[in-house]
Design a protein around this ligand. Structure first.
Ligand SMILES: [Zn+2]
Length: 55
């Protein structure tokens, strides 16, 4: 039995377990949300961003 939850992006029911895109239902919703972050007022530290402080 797996829990379901509404995707915060599209509201579609999705499963939590085994969902690599959680809390979203799909990669698409995840990317849309990330795009909103890049577009908007949010800032997030990104693990993959190269640090170039020692130039
Ligand atoms: Zn979704």
């Amino acid at each position: 039995m797996s829990k379901t939850f509404p995707c915060p992006r599209c509201g579609e029911p999705s499963t939590w377990e085994g969902n690599e895109f959680r809390p979203f239902c799909s990669e698409r919703c995840k990317l849309i949300d990330l795009g909103a972050w890049a577009n908007g007022d949010y800032t997030l530290p990104t693990e993959d961003a190269p640090q170039t402080e020692d130039s």
